[in-house]
Ligand binder design. Structure first.
Ligand SMILES: [Zn+2]
Ligand SMILES: [Zn+2]
Length: 349
């Protein structure tokens, strides 16, 4: 591999800065890609600043990657030179355990290999992510991209997209179901597009009345401002499913009270302090609180194909990599509609 260039965090306090490193050559079942676009996920910010206590430095973040294939191992069948390939949150797993064998590589019993800041299963080096000019990955962990989709807008599908698609499918959201979505950010706006496309009756909850028009445009049937107690009460005991995509600290009780008997509220956001809830709202409706995380490789490809068929992509603001630190600050203020995507051609400038 030619030497790799990217932006890295050198410790938890510093801004991201230009960084040069090396990647190993692709093995027989691996491809190398030149990265075209990489989405900016809230996890990247948490990880760069070691807010989950598991960071390894230097760290090149980025796990919403779209690129073009520049090398293929001799046994690669899914890709040829010049194809577009996409890579998400994980890039390897044990490939032998029960979850791996049924396509749930993200729930690998030995732990899946994260796209950045994790030990590589092949050579033990630390994986470096997509805020860079290239990547090497096994074809099992890379996906094809429908030709009709805008590539910059595809990048966020690899984390924000699959993170919301998978639970909406798992809990069978569709026609005849009333679904609540909490939070309208990077994850939330994808949840809204998918839930609407699946044919459910979708109610978007938001703390910000300013987001009402956008929510309706993105597919909400109703929008409820969560501070409006009467509006919340009007929906009591009526939801089949609620997806909570909020990554700021918050209480679940206001939403648990809106679930029907036996309904589920699933969390996909990752607040750095645990959400709180009282047991009363659970026991009085036999409700469940659940969690979900990205999706397996087969389901991720299914999601991308679905997006191709239904023309679904993320709403993005494309930035040059030189603006990544500014983008992190704006992300903290939720000042983005709805995902920053880095145009990696800016690395060459
Ligand atoms: Zn992510
Ligand atoms: Zn496994």
């Amino acid at each position: 591999m030619p030497s790799s260039k990217g932006y890295a965090a050198l410790d938890a306090q510093s801004a991201l800065a230009p960084f040069t490193f090396s990647r190993r050559d692709p093995g027989v079942t691996e491809i190398a890609i030149e990265i075209l676009y990489c989405g900016v996920c809230h996890s990247d910010l948490h990880m760069a600043r070691n807010e989950w206590g598991q960071s390894i430095y230097p760290m090149v973040p980025g796990h919403e990657i779209v690129g073009r294939v520049i090398a293929t191992g001799s046994s690669v069948t899914k890709f040829k030179m010049g194809d577009v390939a996409a890579v998400g949150v994980i890039v390897d797993s044990c490939r032998q355990c029960a979850p791996c064998n049924r396509g749930d590589e993200h729930f690998c019993q030995q732990g899946a290999t994260l796209t950045y800041a994790a030990p590589d299963r092949v050579d033990g080096s630390i994986t470096m992510g997509g805020y860079s000019n290239n990547y090497v990955v096994d074809e099992r962990f890379a996906h094809t991209v429908p030709a009709n989709l805008d590539l910059a807008s595809v990048a966020p599908l690899l984390c924000a997209g699959i993170t919301t698609y998978s639970p909406l499918r798992h809990w069978k959201v569709g026609p005849g179901k009333k679904v609540g979505l909490v939070g309208l950010g990077g994850l939330g706006h994808m949840a809204l597009k998918f839930a609407h496309s699946f044919g459910a009756h979708v109610v978007q909850f938001t703390t910000s009345p300013k987001k009402k028009e956008d929510a309706l445009r993105l597919g909400a049937d109703e929008v409820v401002v969560s501070s409006d107690a009467n509006a919340m009460k009007a929906h009591a005991n009526s939801f089949d499913f609620i997806l909570d995509a909020v990554s700021a600290p918050h209480s679940l009780d206001d939403y648990l009270a809106l679930l029907k008997l036996d309904a589920t509220m699933t969390l996909v956001g990752l607040p750095d302090t645990p959400p709180t809830f009282g047991v009363f709202n659970l026991i009085t409706r036999r409700a469940s609180i659940a969690g979900s995380m990205i999706g397996g490789m087969v389901e991720t490809q299914e999601m991308l194909n679905y997006c191709g068929e239904h023309n679904i992509v993320s709403d993005v603001e494309v930035i040059p990599i030189q603006k990544i630190n500014e983008a992190f600050e704006r992300l903290l203020k939720q000042d983005v509609k709805y995902r920053f995507v880095i145009d990696m051609s800016s690395l060459k400038g």
